[in-house]
Design a protein around this ligand. Sequence first.
Ligand code: HAM
Length: 422
Amino acid sequence: MAISKVKGTYDVLPQESFMWHALEEKIRDLSRLYNMREIRTPIVEYSEVFHRQSELSDMVTKETYDFYDRGDRRLTLRPEGTAGIMRSYVENKLYASQELEKVYYIGPNFRYERPQKGRYRQFYQYGVEAIGTLDPALDAELIILAYDFIKRLGLKGVRVRINSLGDDQSRSDYHDALIRHFLPHQETLCEDCRQRLDKNPLRILDCKVDQKHSALKDAPTPQDYLSDDARAYFMDVLDHLNAAKISYEIAPKLVRGLDYYSHTVFEIEADIEGFGAQNVLGGGGRYQKLIKELGGPDLGGIGFAFGMERLLLAIEAENVDFAKDVELDAFIITFNPSYKTLATKILYDLRQKNIKVDQNYTQKSFKAQLKQALRYQAKYLIIIGDEEYKRGVVGLKNTKTEVQEEVVVSKICKHLAEKLEK
Ligand code: HAM
């Protein structure tokens, strides 16, 4: 029996990969525009990069792929990009320049989640991190970048939702308020939530089991407990967004599913009919403790990540004219296998002029070769028939106008190059 792919993974097939390329190109173009450089960190890290004492999210406690390697090292496949990048920032002392470090990344992540449309066990993220300073203008810059990106992809049914979790004081006050709120409901909460009440009541808010529990609906929000400083910071972020005329909504209940956040958090949600339950295209926020926790200086950063599969699903759902598959300039059709040496020579010469060409290798009928050429959307056919071969010429046919002409073999490259230029 043939072996199948691992549950929750997928193949990007040759006829689909152009969409990925187009998405990646858009990301790289945008990154240049915003002065971001790429960082590439390993997919595998020592487990303690992700399994930190303060991180009790489901993602880290229930969904990581952890294993021992042959040298008995405890390793984890990254479930997200941020922690590994902070490990690298610290290890490579990128903070030494005292400059803000703005980076982006594209790559796979692994979470042992229940697979469904838009949710996989191996999925790609495009993410951004701006590390080294606490400045409301920077929070706004990243939200603007995420917004601009979505706009440039051509997606329309998208909402930017923003909230603030505040500073240490706000978070600690909110933490206590949540305990006071949930304590009387302790008996009716799920077993996990009873434990969360002790260790990290914030995580009760995104519990999948207790989602419909009435106590979750009327729970206090972080907005109710923002300190004056934290509120002023948040207002400052909003001022910047207003200045740039970015549309957003304040989402008082938004807390995000990871524990490293403080101050600004945000999500980009698809509002597309029939899109499905996994409608959060991307999200992020500020982290002020993570770098120190990983052994670095007391510096903060802010970042976000988009799920690339979800972006492509949204592009498909909105029917955005986004990218085209390979289009050949010409395709060579031969009537006899013995003409193939000539075809090989022509192919090589044309490619030296950066003309995109191919020929058939499976000895099909003329009709089948023609079909193949049209599938690649070849602009021209170069036909080497019996007559042509004998006379040292080829037929050159424009697939759109269907006009065919005869060209001497030695002139075909120059002739075709000129035609394509027109
Ligand atoms: P996150 O919200 O866990 O944040 O993931 C970001 C995005 O990755 C989600 O909005 C979603 O589009 C996509 N995603 C997550 N899990 C899956 C999955 N199982 N299948 C498909 N797509 C998925 C982070 O990862 C943070 N590191 C973002 C960040 C960067 N915060 C600060 N800097």
